[in-house]
Ligand binder design. Structure first.
Ligand SMILES: C[S@@+](CC[C@H](N)C(=O)[O-])C[C@H]1O[C@@H](n2cnc3c(N)ncnc32)[C@H](O)[C@@H]1O
Length: 252
């Protein structure tokens, strides 16, 4: 099967299912003299799309999304909402999720338990430079900065809305954290003593290569939830049950 990003796969699947459902409708009409209502058509299209999604081995949450997609459009049409609501929702999604269809890392946030565990790995007295790759709303460095006065904290984020929110939060808190709007792949990780990432399994192999090529010996690479296959971590902190709540750290 083709290796398309999952969002493009889904577009292909929806279009194919639409074509197949449109092709099946007149065929059903011949033996049964039966023309399905729009709702039935939408459900047949959804079932076909879910089947294709399953065959394409998309992640488990995609088939149910495919079933509901066309019915959701029909429902929204019946609600007769003004067009600006759709435009606003679309713009908000773009501003918050930006290029996550390409990076395959959407916005979801770590919590205090994770930040506390990261804090336990940081130098207590020595000066250091810390960066959160994909800093989201800025929670991680904004939590750590007042607790490590000898540290310098940075965050880098590509999506405009989270980046702007983190800048505003830093302003309101009078925090020293600096937030950049840059793709972490364009940074030189040699500039940092501690690199933190909470991204996705899809990007870990490339990020590990970047870390290995750039990070200085003795610096610390920390990943929340996502390990790298290439090397066993020195620290594995379990924050709660399940892989989603594990913090991994490697001394470079
Ligand atoms: C899972 S969120 C983590 C947010 C935050 N670090 C936290 O722990 O709450 C990942 C973030 O990384 C951002 N991101 C994804 N790829 C990126 C890249 N190449 N460069 C910078 N940011 C990126 C996404 O926009 C998203 O906001």
């Amino acid at each position: 099967m083709m290796r398309l990003p999952v969002s493009l796969q889904s577009l292909v699947i929806q279009c194919l299912a639409l074509l197949l459902a449109a092709w099946l409708t007149p065929l059903l009409q011949i033996p049964f003299s039966y023309l399905p209502a729009l709702w039935q058509f939408a459900l047949v299209q959804g079932a076909i799309a879910a089947g294709l999604s399953f065959l394409w081995r998309q992640p488990a949450w995609w088939p149910p999304l495919h079933v509901g997609f066309l019915p959701a459009i029909l429902l929204a049409q019946q609600a007769s909402l003004p067009a600006w609501i759709y435009l606003t929702a679309f713009l908000l999604l773009v501003l918050f999720y930006w290029s996550s269809f390409r990076t395959r890392v959407p916005l979801y946030l770590s919590d205090r338990k994770a930040w506390h565990a990261v804090a336990s790995l940081l130098p207590e007295t020595q000066a250091f430079r810390f960066i959160d790759l994909g800093s989201g709303l800025g929670g991680v460095p904004l939590y750590l900065a007042p607790r490590f006065l000898q540290g310098r904290f940075y965050g880098t984020e590509t999506a405009p809305a989270p980046w702007l929110i983190s800048r505003l939060r830093a302003g309101f808190k009078r925090s020293r954290v600096q937030f950049m709007r840059r793709d972490y792949a364009t940074l030189d990780l040699a500039d940092f003593d501690v690199v933190f990432a909470f991204l996705s399994p899809a990007v870990m192999p490339a990020l590990w290569q970047q870390a290995q090529a750039q990070m200085r010996s003795g610096s610390l690479f920390i990943s929340l939830s996502f390990a790298v296959e290439a090397r066993q971590p020195e620290h594995v902190l379990t924050l709660a049950e399940g892989a989603r709540h594990t913090l991994y750290a490697w001394r470079m």
